[in-house]
Design a protein around this ligand. Structure first.
Ligand code: SF4
Ligand code: SF4
Length: 85
């Protein structure tokens, strides 16, 4: 699954630079995660880096975007190929 940011976000900015996929961006009111770019950090790190740094723990799994580990890894391969193309 991708992750998403709830409205408890305090716009502290610390998660955005930690994302290896550049999936996090400043939305209208709070930070948001592009589910097409979030791999749960699979392929890059053992744990979601945004969750590790968020001071208010407002980044849960997105139940609307269900993906297996294999799908997340495939997404990682697809994204990294795009970046190097
Ligand atoms: S889990 Fe990883 S890839 Fe997904 S938004 Fe957080 S830092 Fe980015
Ligand atoms: S680390 Fe948490 S509180 Fe800070 S901007 Fe990211 S989601 Fe919002």
């Amino acid at each position: 699954m991708a992750l998403f940011i709830t409205d408890e976000c305090i716009n502290c900015d610390v998660c955005e630079p930690e994302c290896p996929n550049e999936a996090i961006y400043q939305g209208q009111e709070i930070y948001e995660i592009n589910p097409n770019l979030c791999t749960e950090c699979v392929g890059h790190f053992d744990k979601p880096q945004c969750v590790a740094v968020c001071p208010v723990s407002c980044i849960p799994l997105n139940p609307d975007v269900v993906e297996t580990q294999e799908q997340l890894l495939n997404k990682y391969y697809r994204l990294t190929q795009l970046k190097t193309a």
